[in-house]
Structures are given as structure tokens and as C-alpha cells.
Write a protein that binds this ligand. Structure first.
Ligand code: GDP
Length: 527
């Protein structure tokens, strides 16, 4: 195997999907602890302790205790190199989350075992289904009183339509949580409370019938557990690698992220079973990860991550080949070759200059305005990667300056924030309004805060009578022209200068669609 192939096959690139509060941030910390990226895993949302997870960058996130940006963390685990892409948990930032899911090869689904399958998990699973992304499941919070584990698996199977294959099984829960039995290794790993911030020395008991188990967890509980396990084994699926890779079966682990127990079992499963970096589709065929020629796509742009640097970073997932410092790549949308010598890698917010990177890795490219979400970089070929969506916003406000002299600043800021995907901006053809469109209401606050902090403009919102927006296209240039003339008062350009129909009411949209059958109105736009 060539070095490039070796490097690619040891990589795993994944994201965590979960409902808010299920424990994503806590798991991220523990995972980084195993990856030696954090010395002691701090309490992320312990506002009083003043410690925050390294993946939370911005002041805003700290204040609100939510993660509004996507960050990328790379760390070694066993012989592997793992890329964890953080996704914003709050549903107002779902666009970012969806796009991030296009850049990973597998997902970890974290479920609060006291609650079971929740809304947001349901939605995110739907998104992973678009590409049949393999899913690993972690049932969290076993140190609390949880629901019956068998019932939890049933719920996952029926509600999320994926078969479950338990890899570990819990012995008790809450105050009675004794540990888990690892079905594949035939051993019991005992839990000790109060060791959440370190990698614990665990006690392992080999074999299910080992009398040490009775002695360790108590006679009654051990006997009960053996009976339960027999039932479980009879009723549940065995793990199957092929079905897992097809997204049809999920290995299930139990533990407590807060108590740092079970996270390592999950990681072992991830590096053993999760797929190595996979290729992606382009508009002229598939590109395989093992193709020696470099290629990648941008799924996220983030401005001013470091206020001292005031830069914008484009996150590019390498699809094939190898990045080397100083290499030339083709920016295929504008058909230009660029030499890149300062790509960044992100170790949970600390940045380091990168010498090389391989398929599956994420590199940060400095963006001076020419890179947009969805852009493709290649080794000279002119294809473009497909499948990176933009969603029609559902909430609209007109944005106005307190100081009218800063109109240019405002426009620049909004366009940059829209390129980054933080918000969408629409400029009507018939006036100089700036209309901000969002998928979630929290985006509005973030935009005003960032305009102030990063562009030094004070902006306020006003009501605007827009109910919905659709991107409009037509194969017939003449028809489009005519439409543009007749519907001018409802047309606008978005941040990327794409023509958009902004409708004051849903009825208005319906009428327009009936009146102009040759015009296509779409709710998503591929970059
Ligand atoms: P996120 O919103 O999914 O990122 O969830 P967090 O990681 O912030 O966790 C939400 C809350 O659940 C926090 O108060 C955590 O301390 C708590 N939590 C996370 N994991 C566990 C666990 O294993 N046991 C218990 N008891 N609490 C947990």
C-alpha cells in the first residue's frame, strides 16, 4: 500500500448528532481527552467555573452556552487519526449542521437514555439517510435512572427505522450502575463514579460466569443480569459490518459521558468499523478517496474566528489525494489555479500550520472573498462536487442602520455573513432595502451581534412583509426575462446574486407559481 493509501485508511471522519442536552458537548470533551487533545476535560457549560470546551469559540456561544459554529478537531486514537466535526446543537443553526453532515463518513448518535429518541435526533437521522451514513449509537446518562434498555432499542428501531445491535449491555443504572458487559469481548467492565475528568483505571472481569462478577456487583444483581442478557441476546440483532456500512444497522453502546465511562468502547468501535474516508459525487462522475489527485469541497465558511486575525476561513473537506504545503489547486467555480501554502488544521480552536493532509481531513483555507460554500478545489479538472444544500429561509426582517453613513459596511458584512452561511441576505430589485432571511430566529441576534463586533456597525431590525422565498430558474431565457419584468416588485438577489422570488404571503407565491408555469420555484439551492 502506498503512503497516501495508508494515511487515508487510518482516518475516520465523523460528527455527533443528538437532541440538545443529550450530552454531545460532554462526549466531545471525553473523546478529546482520549485523543490527548485536552489534559483534563473541563466542564463546558459550567459558566461559574469559567471553563469552556475548546470547541466553543465565540463570546456569543459562551454567553448563551450554545455552540453556534462548526469546529473541527483532529486527534489520534489507537493507530488511527480521527476527525470530529462539531455541529451546532441548537435547531436555529440546522443549515450548518446539515452541510457538515455532507462532510463526514459516519455519525455518532447520542441519546439521553432517560428520555429516548427526541425530535432533533429524528430530524438529523433523516438527513443522514440521504447518504445512508453509517450510525453508531451511544446511550448516555446511565448514572441516572434510565428507561428500560430493551425498550430504548425498540424505540430506535421503530422510530428511526434502523436495526440495533448492542455491543455492550448495562448492569443496573442510576445509583445501582455497576458497569457494562462487552458482548463481543465477553468481559465486564466495572464502573467507578467520581472519575469523570480522567482516563480511569478500570477493573475488567473476564467471562460472564466468572464468580468475581457476583462478588463485584452482588449475587442478586449478577444473576438477574445473566437472565436479562440471555433474553437480550435472543431478541436483538448481531452486529453486521455490511449492514452497518449501508446504514441499516447501528452498534449500540451504553455509558455515561459525564462519568467518562463507555466512551472508549464507542471509540474502539468507531475505529474498528466506521468507514475510512469515502469518495463523493461530482457533476461529471464519482471521485474516489484513493484517487491520488487532490480534490475537496467547501462546506462551511466562518468569519473572524479569531478576533485578532480578522480573517475568514473556508473549511474544505479533502475528498481525494493529499494536500501539501505550497501546492497548486484549481478553484473550479472561477476556473483559476491558486497556490496554497497556509492551510490550517484545527485542534479544537488552537491553530497550527499544516504541512500535509489527506482525504478525510478538513483543511482551513484563508478566504479573501473568492471562496463560497459548495466550491470545489481540484488538481486541474473542472468538475464540481454536488449535494451541498442551501435552504429557503422562513423568517424575514428588514435590517437598518442606526448610522446611515455605514451602509457600505453593513452590506459588506451581510454579504460575508451570508457567504459563510450564518444568514441569508436579499436585495430587492426595486429598492435599496436589505432583507435578512433566517431558518431559525436566533440567527437574527447572532447577526446583529456579529455586525457590531466584527464590522463595527449598529443595526436594528424592522418588520418586513415577506412570508417566504424561493429561488427561481427557467431553461427558457426569454420566459425568465419576461417573468423578471412582470414580477419585478417581488424579485431580489441573494448574497450570491441568484434571483429569488420573495412572496408577501403563501397565497401570493401559489398564484405566481400558477401564473408562470415555465418558471421553477425551489426551496433548496445547491451551491
Ligand atoms: P449537549 O447539549 O448535547 O451538548 O449536552 P451537554 O454535553 O452540554 O450535556 C447537557 C447536560 O447533561 C449537562 O448538564 C451535562 O453535565 C449533563 N450530562 C451529560 N452527560 C451526562 C451523563 O452521562 N450523566 C449525567 N447525569 N449528566 C450528563
Amino acid at each position: 500500500m502506498s503512503t497516501v493509501q495508508q494515511e487515508i485508511s487510518r482516518r475516520r471522519t465523523f460528527a455527533i448528532i443528538s437532541h440538545p442536552d443529550a450530552g454531545k458537548t460532554t462526549i466531545t470533551e471525553k473523546v478529546l481527552l482520549y485523543g490527548n487533545a485536552l489534559q483534563t476535560a473541563g466542564t463546558v457549560k459550567g459558566k461559574k467555573s469559567g471553563q469552556h470546551a475548546k470547541s466553543d469559540w465565540m463570546e456569543m456561544e459562551k454567553e448563551r452556552g450554545i455552540s453556534v459554529t462548526t469546529s473541527v478537531m483532529q486527534f489520534p486514537y489507537a493507530d488511527n487519526l480521527v476527525n470530529l466535526l462539531d455541529t451546532p446543537g441548537h435547531e436555529d443553526f440546522s443549515e450548518d449542521t446539515y452541510r457538515t453532515l455532507t462532510a463526514v463518513d459516519s455519525c455518532l448518535m447520542v441519546i439521553d437514555a432517560a428520555k429516548g429518541v427526541e425530535d432533533r435526533t429524528r430530524k438529523l437521522m433523516e438527513v443522514t439517510r440521504l447518504r445512508d451514513t453509517p450510525i453508531i449509537t451511544f446511550m448516555n446518562k446511565l448514572d441516572r435512572d434510565i428507561r428500560d434498555p430493551m425498550e430504548l432499542l425498540d424505540e430506535v428501531e421503530t422510530e428511526l427505522n434502523i436495526a440495533c445491535a448492542p455491543v455492550t449491555w448495562p448492569i443496573g443504572c442510576g445509583k445501582q450502575f455497576k458497569g457494562v458487559y462487552h458482548i463481543h469481548r465477553d468481559e465486564t467492565i466495572l464502573y467507578q463514579s467520581g472519575q469523570g475528568h480522567t482516563i480511569q483505571d478500570v477493573r475488567i472481569i473476564k467471562g460472564l460466569d466468572n464468580p468475581e462478577l457476583d462478588e463485584a456487583v452482588g449475587n442478586g444483581l449478577a444473576a438477574e443480569f445473566r437472565d436479562e442478557l440471555e433474553l437480550v441476546m435472543g431478541a436483538s440483532n448481531e452486529f453486521d459490518q455490511e449492514l452497518f456500512l449501508a446504514g441499516e444497522i447501528t452498534p449500540v453502546f451504553f455509558g455515561t459521558a459525564l462519568g467518562n465511562f463507555g466512551v472508549d468502547h464507542m471509540l474502539d468501535g468507531l475505529v474498528a468499523w466506521a468507514p475510512e474516508p469515502q469518495g463523493r459525487e461530482t457533476d461529471s462522475g464519482a471521485v474516489e478517496a484513493t484517487d491520488p489527485k487532490f480534490s475537496g469541497f467547501v462546506f462551511k465558511i466562518q468569519a473572524n474566528m479569531d478576533p485578532k486575525h480578522r480573517d475568514r476561513i473556508a473549511f474544505c473537506r479533502i475528498v481525494s489525494g493529499k494536500y501539501e504545503k505550497g501546492m497548486k489547486m484549481r478553484h473550479t467555480r472561477i476556473g483559476k489555479d491558486v497556490r496554497i501554502s497556509d492551510a490550517l488544521t484545527f485542534l479544537a480552536g488552537d491553530r497550527a500550520l499544516l504541512e500535509e493532509a489527506y482525504a478525510g481531513d478538513i483543511i482551513g483555507l484563508h478566504n479573501h472573498g473568492s471562496i463560497r460554500i459548495g466550491d470545489t478545489f481540484s488538481s486541474g479538472e473542472d468538475y464540481r462536487f454536488t449535494g451541498i444544500p442551501n435552504f429557503a429561509p422562513e423568517l424575514f426582517k428588514r435590517i437598518r442602520l442606526k448610522d446611515p453613513l455605514k451602509q457600505k459596511q453593513l452590506q459588506k458584512g451581510l454579504i460575508q455573513l451570508s457567504e459563510e452561511g450564518a444568514v441569508q441576505v436579499f436585495r430587492p430589485l426595486i429598492n435599496n432595502d436589505l432583507i435578512v432571511g433566517a431558518v431559525g430566529v436566533l440567527q437574527f441576534d447572532v447577526v446583529v451581534a456579529r455586525l457590531k463586533a466584527e464590522y463595527n456597525v449598529d443595526a436594528i431590525y424592522e418588520h418586513v412583509s415577506v412570508a417566504t422565498a424561493r429561488w427561481v430558474y427557467s431553461k427558457d431565457a426569454k420566459k425568465l426575462d419576461e417573468f423578471q419584468r412582470k414580477a419585478e416588485q417581488n424579485l431580489a438577489l441573494d448574497g450570491g446574486d441568484n434571483l429569488t422570488y420573495i412572496a408577501p404571503t403563501m397565497v401570493n407565491l401559489q398564484l405566481a407559481q400558477e401564473r408562470y408555469p415555465d418558471i421553477e420555484f425551489t426551496t433548496t439551492r445547491e451551491h
